[in-house]
Design a protein around this ligand. Structure first.
Ligand code: ATP
Length: 340
């Protein structure tokens, strides 16, 4: 098995890239043991194409020329022209191979990259939430509230880590407490449904805040999720405080569901821009209490560690773990790998 994977390994130097809607981040790995060379963030809006961004943001800054590339993108990967969600770039591996001299290109989903990252984050790159601890080699899962809600599983099987990209952010999220039942009728739905992503992302914070205002018959004051979280953390607005308290509860509820689905005894990780921004709220008891509140399986949820990923470039870290040691991971490259 490992022989097959080794012969499939990408040639170094390898360009790794995390291509978001707003920012793209690139690094180059010179070889399997070298430190990654990181390049400054590229704003996607500043360049017409990703190829131009690589030429000006990477090639103009180094003599190194990558022979291979692994890119993580938000969105599905179908065919040879891969449009990005939330920006105008289209990833065209054939054009990259012709124009940039790269021989081998792999494109994966951004939450697959996050899942690869949680295989090996150190204690300085994550903060533990709750009492459960231990470095258990077992399946893991990552949830990332940001522009949307991404979910990635990392299944441990046959001595490998297998990342599972899915659409876990779109599961249903239901009311549980008396207060939930007052608020849920006012949550804006998607085609009649409250999916987790209707609440657990940036615009979801505003959706939840507005629903609480409606339930209480008060006029909303904030339209920006950052205003709501800053007033919540400062304790300067009671509705904002409740919004982030309930956000943490619902995030714990969905995180616990994902833990049960993946049997994630190896831990549940929270990534995405918002988890780090609301860390003080996640340290409060609500997140962890909701995570464990899973009768008849509360006892085993209590034993599962939960973490907030604090690594500033987690997706890139995940891609470099894979680039360095492809044989440790079961990444399917079918339909997602192009060679010159
Ligand atoms: N202080 C804050 N509190 C809560 N939400 C915030 C805060 N700052 C930004 N947001 C929201 O977080 C979302 C962006 O999340 P994040 O930074 O994780 O981006 P992303 O989804 O990873 O996208 P990209 O990869 O393109 O940067 C937006 O919806 C934004 O409104």
């Amino acid at each position: 098995m490992s022989m097959l994977n080794t012969s499939d390994a990408l040639p170094f130097p390898i360009l790794i890239g995390d291509i978001g809607g707003t920012n793209a981040r690139f690094s180059i790995l010179a070889d399997a043991s070298a430190e990654a060379v990181n390049f400054a963030n590229v704003r996607t809006a500043d360049f017409e194409t990703i190829d131009e961004a690589i030429l000006k943001g990477v090639f103009a800054k180094t003599e190194m020329r990558p022979r291979a590339a692994i890119l993580a993108i938000a969105g599905p990967i179908n065919g040879d022209e891969i449009p990005l969600t939330n920006c105008d770039w289209v990833v065209r591996p054939h054009t990259m191979i012709e124009g940039l001299g790269i021989e081998d290109v792999i494109v994966v989903n951004d939450f697959e990259a996050q899942a690869l990252a949680i295989s090996a984050l150190g204690d300085g790159e994550r903060e533990r939430i709750g009492a459960a601890s231990g470095e258990i080699v077992a399946s893991r899962v990552v949830l990332g509230p940001g522009t949307g809600l991404g979910v990635g599983g990392l299944v441990r099987a046959q001595g490998s880590w297998i990342p599972v990209p899915g659409e876990g952010g779109h599961v249903d999220l239901g009311p549980r407490s008396k207060r939930d039942l007052e608020i849920f009728p006012y949550i804006e739905t998607i085609e009649g449904r409250v999916s987790a992503e209707q609440i657990l992302c940036g615009r979801g914070i505003v959706n939840l805040y507005r629903a609480i205002c409606k339930a209480d018959g008060i006029e909303p004051k904030y339209r920006d999720p950052a205003d709501i979280t800053s007033h919540a953390l400062a304790g300067t607005d009671t509705t904002a405080v409740e919004t982030i308290f309930l956000f943490s509860t619902y995030l714990g509820r969905v995180a616990g569901d994902m833990a049960m689905i993946f049997m994630a005894k190896g831990g549940v990780y929270l990534s995405g821009g918002i988890s780090q921004k609301i860390l003080p709220a996640l340290r409060q008891p609500e997140f962890r209490a909701a995570f464990e509140d899973k009768a008849p399986h509360s006892h085993w949820l209590k034993a599962i560690p939960t973490y907030v990923v604090t690594h500033p470039l987690a997706a890139l870290a995940g891609l470099s773990f894979y680039a360095r040691r492809p044989a440790s991971f079961g990444v399917s490259t079918k339909g997602r790998r192009w060679r010159g």
